[in-house]
Design a protein around this ligand. Structure first.
Ligand SMILES: Cc1cc2nc3c(=O)[nH]c(=O)nc-3n(C[C@H](O)[C@H](O)[C@H](O)COP(=O)(O)O)c2cc1C
Length: 191
């Protein structure tokens, strides 16, 4: 049975550079033998987490299909923009809702045992690299084991070719190496 990965970006923007990056990672992981599901967070609009809302209504209905996807996949490919040095509120809010209990199901149990790769893309010269530390801390707190390798793509508005691959061969090779390591790790762990 092949390794299954959920690919998502911390931006809902239609022309998101991070969606492009995570799609490139998804293509790369598929070449390495994984089955990848791309999730566009634009399709799962969730309110900002509020404890009273949760107490009155439970988790939002729109979060349930995401919970199911998380339950069904072995690992995560995540690319998030950097907002003022941090991972985006969209990513935090989405994963915060997923971390909550829904009926008898623990949210944190959905993340436990998952392995993941973190990436960022920015039109700026640093590629959003500062956000990767916050992303790593956040996902780690949720129970995800992150590979030590990561990728920040600078000048990302000029970084992709018409097929969606990274134009810079060195960056594409690093992306391929990351996805291959993730697929190999998860394959070794799969029963
Ligand atoms: C509130 C805000 C803060 C930002 N802070 C940073 C930053 O710290 N570093 C950076 O490289 N880009 C920053 N940007 C620019 C984003 O990298 C840029 O908008 C990027 O295209 C967003 O990702 P997306 O294309 O996936 O939507 C910021 C953008 C916004 C809206």
């Amino acid at each position: 049975m092949s390794v299954t990965l959920l690919a998502l970006a911390g931006s809902a923007r239609q022309d998101s550079l991070n969606k492009r990056l995570v799609r490139a990672a998804a293509d790369s992981a598929e070449r390495a033998g994984a089955h990848v599901t791309f999730v566009d967070l634009n399709d799962y609009p969730l309110p900002i987490y509020h404890g009273d809302l949760e107490a009155e209504q439970g988790v939002p209905e729109a979060s349930r299909p995401l919970r199911k996807l998380l339950r069904e996949h072995d690992g995560l490919l995540i690319a998030s923009p950097e907002y003022n040095g941090f991972v985006t509120p969209l990513l935090v809010n989405t994963l915060d809702w997923l971390s909550r209990k829904d009926g008898d199901e623990s949210g944190l149990a959905l993340f436990g045992g998952k392995y993941g790769v973190l990436m960022s893309a920015s039109p700026g010269p640093m590629g959003g690299i500062r956000s990767l530390a916050s992303a790593r801390q956040f996902l780690g707190n949720l129970g995800v084991t992150l590979l030590p390798g990561q990728l920040a793509v600078p000048q990302a508005h000029q970084a992709f070719d018409e097929r969606g691959a990274l134009k810079d061969e060195g960056l594409q090779a690093r992306l391929d190496s990351l996805t291959q390591t993730l697929v190999k790790t998860l394959s070794a762990l799969k029963p």
